[in-house]
Design a binder for this molecule. Structure first.
Ligand code: AMP
Ligand code: ZN
Ligand code: ZN
Length: 333
């Protein structure tokens, strides 16, 4: 039986690019160390920052929230968790339960925003009424809500995108020559004060498999199910499989790609249009009204961005202990 390279206890994991074996405790410490070094290297978080982790209930957000909760004292930042209940049947019911249990265990204040409770429709109903693919509607709702939370709280928004996700997205964008999109895939996506929140990706150097083993090693609750709208024949999934095969032959291929991407992200073209405010809600938009305001106008009869921003302030005022009128000075970083 393989033994931990640190302490000699029975090993649960082998890290090929280090040629080392780890027991559960030392494996968890290995992943936590990697996240800490990534945060430092890319200057993701500064002392005094407020960070909101977007938590879906899956393994990556469990790894994200656990590693950040262990670092918040040492690095001196405030940490909150944010879950969006997308209203996708049982899948969303179970995801929400996992997110609530995770935040409770890690003692991180959590805010849940339920599309059904707040807007009166979930992703599936909205997609049918708009005649658009569920994943595109879901992406617009999620991106708007992360951004609104970051701007309203003056916080950086952390997501659980792992190295496998980011390597596959960058390759896909390369295939379609969406160069502006590649430029946004670095470890930090800088915000614009009052308009767009800074996004950070603390799992930038953590592989999907590492994230899974970490949650097992730390015994964290998470939902094993995939979203029913996820498709195994999608290009994203095929690219991930292909990269996994290459990675088996060349350990740390993806990490190499991402480290080079982090250096070159600023050299990719940026959107040509200047930063504009949505005429309805005031957040970042490339045309008159932002996509969220346009979608909600069609669904609810009026654009709901401004209302959602106010609602987010109310929901967070309960956990931050700050009055809801306080805007905490726009985005930080
Ligand atoms: P996905 O968009 O499902 O690939 O998830 C990528 C990351 O987005 C997750 O690791 C979370 O940080 C965030 N995320 C996805 N779904 C949700 C959700 N329903 N609520 C909050 N955050 C989410
Ligand atoms: Zn050990
Ligand atoms: Zn808007």
């Amino acid at each position: 039986m393989a033994r931990c390279s640190v302490c000699g206890a029975p090993a649960i994991a082998y890290v090929p690019y280090q040629r080392r074996y780890y027991c559960p405790e030392h494996y968890a410490e290995f992943v936590e160390g990697k996240v800490e070094r990534t945060i430092e290297k890319y200057k993701m978080i500064r002392e005094g920052d407020r960070v909101v982790a977007a938590v879906s209930g899956g393994k990556d957000s469990a790894t994200l929230l656990s590693t950040l909760s262990r670092l918040r004292g040492k690095l001196g930042f405030e940490l909150y968790a944010f879950h969006i209940d997308l209203g996708i049947g049982d899948y969303s019911v179970e995801s929400r339960k996992a997110a609530v249990e995770l935040a409770r265990r890690l003692r991180v204040p959590l805010v849940v925003f339920s599309l059904w409770e707040e807007l009166g429709y979930g992703v599936p109903e909205a997609a049918v009424r708009l005649r658009r693919p569920a994943c595109s509607v879901c992406g617009i709702f999620k991106r708007y809500l992360y951004n609104a939370v970051g701007v309203e709280l003056g916080a950086k928004v952390a997501t659980g995108h792992n190295a496998d996700d980011l390597a596959a997205y960058s390759l896909k964008n390369f295939l379609f020559q969406e160069l502006e999109a590649i430029g946004k895939l670095g470890p930090v996506q800088e915000g614009v004060p009052g308009l767009a929140a800074t996004r950070i990706r603390p799992l930038y150097t953590v592989y999907e498999k590492e994230s899974f083993l970490y949650t097992v090693a730390r015994g964290l609750p998470f939902l094993h199910r995939e979203c029913p709208h996820a498709r195994l024949d999608s290009l994203d999934f095929k690219l991930k499989e292909m990269l996994n095969r290459l990675e088996e032959e060349r350990p740390s291929l993806k990490l190499g790609l991402l480290s080079r991407l982090a250096k070159r992200a600023k050299d990719y073209p940026r959107p040509k249009e200047s930063y504009a405010r949505c005429e309805s809600c005031g957040l970042l938009s490339s045309s008159g009204k932002c996509s969220f305001c346009r979608l909600t106008e069609r669904l609810s009869g009026e654009p709901l961005g401004g209302w959602v921003r106010k609602r987010i302030r109310e929901l967070f005022s309960g956990v931050t202990g700050q009055p809801s009128s306080c805007t905490w000075g726009g985005t930080s970083g």
